[in-house]
Design a protein around this ligand. Structure first.
Ligand SMILES: C[S@@+](CC[C@H](N)C(=O)[O-])C[C@H]1O[C@@H](n2cnc3c(N)ncnc32)[C@H](O)[C@@H]1O
Length: 295
């Protein structure tokens, strides 16, 4: 039995989103067979109350003002960049860098609709291609978890900040994932299979503070938020809001030998049962750090 079928019924995720590849994740968005669904995931997570609270925390620390020059690394659909562009006008500028041309295509059209100006271009967080000390503010949200070496991206962000420039980095830590099903060992095995499947650390969130300390950032502050899911209807919804579809992920984990098939089936059986009986409880932690480049 494929790991993505349980209880004799195919769950919704099979039909609609099996094509999504958790191995590519957000590292290689443009190579996903169903890019539109990946982009829709960004709008879903932007609506999470936990993400909204983290963005408010960030905003209070970055304090954008007219004339500021701002860089958003891994800007995705550009919603935060668009807000920042309005904040730094007149006289400021916002640059958004992302690895995905599909993300940037949507971002360009949204900022045009919003009547603001952002300079979006494709690039790599690990090698920004921007001059030294060019920005007053640098931010990155939920992007470092998709990099093989998050520390390189932090060093790059510090390099392009002016002395005294403000930095804020936010990321999820998938090792904090909790799921209330009877088999805690299966949950632990699933959690540990996430970085093995992706090939990226996936636990970037809890490493942010020390990465910033190592990069010489001063005045550091840190905070955390937890996102909680309490429902998922596996027969009518492809996935809990904002998450890559779990049944195909389990299937891909088993295929990649990151998770054994029996554990994968047990995990999925119990999670789908929780969904069908109104007993879902899942959570994941996100962390943010803010500080200044010395000088
Ligand atoms: C989970 S999304 C977050 C997007 C946006 N920051 C937000 O919070 O809505 C991760 C983003 O990182 C981008 N990304 C992944 N690897 C990257 C890299 N090496 N350099 C720049 N961007 C990257 C993806 O294309 C995607 O837009």
């Amino acid at each position: 039995m494929p790991a993505s079928r349980t209880g004799g019924r195919a769950v919704m995720a099979d039909a609609d989103t099996a094509a999504l590849d958790a191995r590519l994740g957000y590292s290689k968005v443009d190579q996903q067979p169903d890019v539109a669904t990946v982009l829709a995931g960004m709008d879903a997570t932007a609506a999470w109350p936990s993400v909204r609270r983290l963005r408010a925390w960030e905003r209070a620390r970055l304090a954008p003002r007219p004339g500021d020059e701002v860089l958003d690394v891994g800007c995705g659909l550009g919603d935060v960049a668009a807000t920042l562009a309005a904040n730094v006008a007149p006289g400021g500028r916002v640059v958004g860098i992302d690895a995905s041309t599909s993300m940037l295509e949507v971002a360009r059209s949204r900022v045009a609709d919003a009547g603001v100006s952002v300079d979006f271009h494709t690039g790599d967080a690990a090698d920004l291609g921007e001059p030294d000390a060019a920005f007053d503010i640098c931010r990155s949200e939920r992007t470092l978890q998709w990099l093989e070496e998050p520390g390189r991206a932090v060093n790059e962000m510090v390099r392009v900040l002016r002395p005294g420039g403000r930095l804020c980095i936010t990321d999820t830590d998938w090792l904090t994932l909790t799921i209330d099903i009877p088999d805690d060992d299966a949950v632990a095995a699933f959690r540990e299979a996430i970085p093995r499947l992706r090939g990226t650390p996936a636990s970037a969130g809890s490493k942010l503070l020390n990465l910033c300390r190592d990069a010489g950032i001063t005045g550091l502050e840190a905070t955390a938020e937890t996102h909680v899911w309490t429902q998922w209807s596996p027969d009518t919804e492809a996935t809990p809001s904002g998450v890559f579809p779990i049944p195909p992920i389990v299937h891909q984990m088993v295929e990649a030998r990151a998770l054994d098939a029996a554990t994968g089936s047990r995990f999925l059986e119990q999670l789908v049962h929780a969904g069908r009986t109104g007993r879902v409880f899942m959570s994941v932690g996100m962390f943010a750090v803010a500080g200044r480049r010395p000088g």
